[in-house]
Design a protein around this ligand. Structure first.
Ligand code: ADP
Ligand code: MG
Length: 769
């Protein structure tokens, strides 16, 4: 077919065409030359010759079009590109969502809070249904739940004669012609929603009795649409009157018009081994298979946590430069030698972490977690000692006077022999005492101040505050923490101590601005509190045991549960328990402590108890976590099922602290098997973190005490009980990003910044980074 010659001719034509395209097709002489060249050489290629008709009269721009088309033809034998219908307008994430729905449906989007294209793309499915292969009627099993696609043959509404029930019955058949009856009870409106001849996707329970019935729980019209069948189908959180099919169409349209998107993870994505953003968005809504869904979920969870960690770090003022302390090996040795006991391994490890932080020029921001009695105070004393050795002052702030006093005594015990002077500052001290203490702090005569929020009152000043220790953080607002920090000229190092065992994942999200150290080991010699869960009917045994303990000169806590956040009711419950116990144990000296007492009186009652003025304290949960009552050996908790496991674990930490054996008796009010099983975790374990993890798994994070923090977005995809690993990675990346680009101004961080802003707006923060 003369193909060799044709090939040659193509070559001879292509070279000048390519050159001319490159040169811009301007030179009139060349233009004329080309015209005759094509005329002569392109005889076997009539299409090319046709393209060149009127070539010389065209503008350079139009000539370039001709050249491109001719080159395409010659190179690939392809026809010239057809003039295309203009592509649909692309949408940006910030564009209004109403572009995605027909006018009559736009209201639905705003009803769901979907205002922008981003909102729609991030409206993640609640769950999925695998409709890749729907079973036929023939394979339905009696009593099982099933989803299948059927065609409606006929419909009717029947009233049952006896009970007057309204039953919608729809006869339908599957693709193979097998028939079944769809049944709805007492939903007569269904009748008008089902059209004869329509295709439905129906989910329900199967009954094979004579014919096949399906008791429908969920159905969708639009079975013919590929978004709703033949694939893994997303099920969205919806409202009455908003169909799944509508949501699927809207999201699908958003994906079509907005993708591909700039990836917020930009240059970091590959190193993290995560799916591309656009791909992840596609598969979170319309997963190709389980594997794709898993990758999408991982990727988008990572984003969720990254934004959370970035927000936490930015809220805390970013990564602040602080002071850099000197740490000498000899000082560490001196401190250890002065202690009456060897450190636990956990203490030694955490002290090393703290020493490193304090040496670094960055501000230390560390959360020290450890069960009651794990020896946090020693660790705090060590940090305060290092600061003092550097000529700086330290402050320890506690939530109550009784705790502040206790810390004062302990710190003095550890630090006084090392030449560090500790000062106490309480609201209840006389003006003269206060003034003297403040004077010694201002002059720098005292190196350490221990106190309540009295420490941050007007008039208090330090000569040079270098280290702030905050005990029981969740009692203080972030504002109070900040107020303490403001008392320093240079941002001081910060150590936050907490006895609340918070699972690591939760700590990382709630205290995203803090590093976490854990004292996961108890000093030797402490025997765990013996714990027993009692069903309600054995309740009085607990009080018989209390009587025995009191006879031995020991003391007892009895806790009445908080009921529904209602102080009046709590008080009533505590009072009636108190009355009951007085009648039951007339010889026992009792007191009642409840949330309605003024703080001062609460402390007075606790102090009297500590000094042994009475034997049994009935209280709502106001008793302090860290208070040492050496003679307290028994704690009884009524309606223990109303508490979180972590909270119960904390409560039992209040007894057996003075070398005496401690007991906890948890009375289960409504003793369902499940309740008892949950409480039994406490009989089996003494590990506060394990217990907190179990709590998180069994009850969910919302119910953990002190974890409902405003200003933090709800997790849409994340699951704190499982995501510790992802959170740690996201956190590490957040820090790296902010270290390199503190205000996220670099071009590669713009998509991330936009997401951060969108998140802030969603949770009602307008502050712009
Ligand atoms: P926390 O503040 O974590 O509740 P504390 O620091 O008050 O714990 O310590 C509880 C008790 O254990 C104190 O009496 C303390 O002297 C003692 N203690 C602390 N560390 C050790 C240790 N390494 N070995 C023995 N006893 C210790
Ligand atoms: Mg303590």
């Amino acid at each position: 077919m003369g193909s060799v010659r044709e090939g040659e001719l193509k070559e001879r034509l292509l070279r000048p065409l390519l050159r001319e395209l490159k040169d811009g097709a301007r030179d009139r002489v060349v233009v004329g030359g080309l015209e005759s060249l094509v005329e002569n050489l392109a005889r076997p290629f009539p299409e090319v010759r046709r393209l060149f008709q009127g070539y010389g009269a065209k503008t350079p721009e139009a000539r370039k079009g001709v050249l491109e088309a001719a080159i395409r033809l010659l190179q690939d034998g392809l026809p010239p590109e057809k003039p295309q219908s203009p592509p649909p307008p692309r949408l940006a994430l910030e564009d209004p969502a109403h572009h995605l729905a027909p006018p009559q449906s736009r209201k639905k989007l705003s009803e769901l809070g979907l205002h922008t294209v981003r909102d729609v793309l991030q409206y993640y499915p609640r769950r999925y249904e695998d409709r890749r292969t729907l079973p036929g009627v023939r394979f339905l099993e009696d009593g099982k739940k099933a989803t299948l696609q059927v065609k409606v043959l006929s419909k009717e509404l029947i009233k049952t004669p006896k009970k007057g029930m309204q039953v919608v019955q729809v006869k339908a058949q599957d693709a193979w012609g097998w028939r079944l009856t769809l049944v709805w009870f007492n939903q007569p409106w269904v009748l008008s929603q089902v059209e004869e001849g329509a295709t439905l996707i129906v989910t329900g329970r199967v009954q094979r009795r004579g014919g096949v019935q399906l008791f429908v729980e969920h159905f969708e019209d639009e079975g013919t649409e590929s978004l709703s069948t033949g694939r893994i189908v997303p099920i969205y959180p919806a409202k009455e009157g908003i169909s799944q099919a509508f949501l699927r169409r809207t999201v699908h349209r958003a994906l079509e018009l907005a993708l591909p998107l700039q990836d917020p993870l930009g240059p970091y994505r590959e190193a993290e081994g995560l799916a591309d953003y656009s791909e992840a968005l596609t598969h979170i809504h319309f997963p190709e298979d389980e594997e794709a869904l898993k990758r999408a979920l991982l990727r988008l969870k990572f984003d969720e946590y990254l934004l959370l960690e970035l927000k936490a770090l930015l809220d805390a003022g970013g990564l602040v430069l602080g002071r850099s302390f000197r740490v000498e090996e000899a000082w560490v040795e001196t401190f250890k030698k002065a202690l009456p006991f060897p450190l636990t391994r956990a203490q030694a490890r955490v002290m090393e972490e703290i020493a490193k932080d304090m040496q670094s020029p960055r501000q230390m921001a560390r959360l020290l977690q450890g069960d009651v009695g794990s020896g946090k105070t020693v660790v705090a004393a060590f940090a305060l000692f290092l600061a003092a050795q550097n000529g700086a002052q330290g402050a320890l702030m506690a939530p109550t006077e009784i705790l502040a006093r206790q810390h004062f005594q302990n710190l003095t015990r550890y630090l006084f022999p090392l030449g560090v002077r500790v000062e106490l500052l309480l609201g209840s001290m006389s003006p003269k005492e206060k003034e003297a203490a403040i004077g010694r702090l201002a002059a720098g005569e005292a190196q350490v101040a221990v106190g309540t929020h009295a420490l941050i009152q007007e008039g208090v000043a330090f000569r040079d505050l270098g280290l702030a220790v905050v005990d029981e953080e969740h009692r203080f607002g972030v504002l109070q923490r900040r107020a303490l920090l403001k008392m320093a000229q240079v941002p001081p190092d910060v150590l936050v101590m907490s006895a609340t065992p918070i699972p690591r994942s939760l700590a990382l999200t709630l205290y995203g601005d803090l590093e976490v150290s854990v004292l996961d080991e108890m000093p030797p010699g402490r025997t765990p509190v013996k714990t027993k869960v009692l069903p309600h009917r054995l309740r009085l045994q607990a009080y018989a045991f209390a009587r025995e303990e009191v006879k031995k000169g020991h003391q007892v806590f009895v806790v009445a549960p908080a009921i529904e956040e209602n102080e009046e009711l709590d008080l009533k419950a505590a009072k009636s328990l108190y009355e009951e116990l007085k009648a039951l144990l007339p010889e026992v000296r009792m007191a009642l402590l409840h949330g309605k007492l003024p703080a001062r009186e609460k402390e007075a009652v606790m102090e009297a108890f500590r000094q042994g003025s009475f034997d049994l304290l009935v209280s709502t949960t106001v008793i302090e976590v860290g208070v040492d009552i050496p003679k307290a050996t028994l704690i009884i908790v009524e309606n223990a099922e109303r508490f979180g496991l972590a909270q119960l674990h904390q409560l039992r930490g209040r007894v057996g602290r003075g070398g005496l054996e401690g007991y906890a008796l948890f009375i289960a009010g409504e003793a369902s098997g499940k309740t008892l099983k949950r409480l039994k975790v406490l009989e089996e374990s003494t590990d506060g973190f394990y217990i907190a993890e179990m709590d998180l798994k069994l009850r969910g994070p919302g119910e953990l005490r002190g974890t409902r923090q405003s200003g933090y977005p709800e997790l849409r995809l994340g699951d704190l009980a499982e995501d510790t690993g992802i959170i740690e990675r996201a956190r590490a990346l957040a820090k790296r990003i902010l270290e390199a680009d503190p205000d996220l101004s670099r071009p590669e961080h713009q998509a991330l910044k936009a997401e951060l802003r969108a998140q802030a707006e969603r949770i009602g923060f307008r502050e712009v980074i």
